[in-house]
Design a protein around this ligand. Structure first.
Ligand SMILES: [Zn+2]
Length: 75
C-alpha cells in the first residue's frame, strides 16, 4: 500500500489537520478505536491528488487574494 505524501511545510500541515478535524465525521468505538473513517481523513492518507490539490489551492488563494486562505480555513 502506498500512502499519500504531504509536501507542504509544518504551518500548512497544521492548517490542513485543523480543517480536517473541524469537518471530521469518523466514528469511534470503545477505547477510542476508530470504527469508520470519514472521507477527508481517508483522502489525507490515501489520495495524493487530493492532498496536492489542497496545497495548490491554499497557495493559489494566498497569491491571488492574500488573506483569503486564512479566512477560508477559519470559516
Ligand atoms: Zn475523520
Amino acid at each position: 500500500m502506498v500512502y499519500a505524501n504531504f509536501k507542504g511545510n509544518s504551518s500548512e500541515g497544521h492548517a490542513l489537520v485543523n480543517a480536517i478535524s473541524h469537518h471530521c465525521t469518523c466514528t469511534f468505538g470503545l477505547f477510542g478505536v476508530r470504527v469508520t473513517t470519514c472521507p477527508p481523513h481517508d483522502a489525507l492518507i490515501n489520495d495524493q491528488l487530493w492532498l496536492d490539490s489542497m496545497l495548490f489551492e491554499r497557495w493559489r488563494l494566498a497569491h491571488v487574494a492574500p488573506g483569503a486562505a486564512q479566512r477560508v480555513i477559519a470559516a
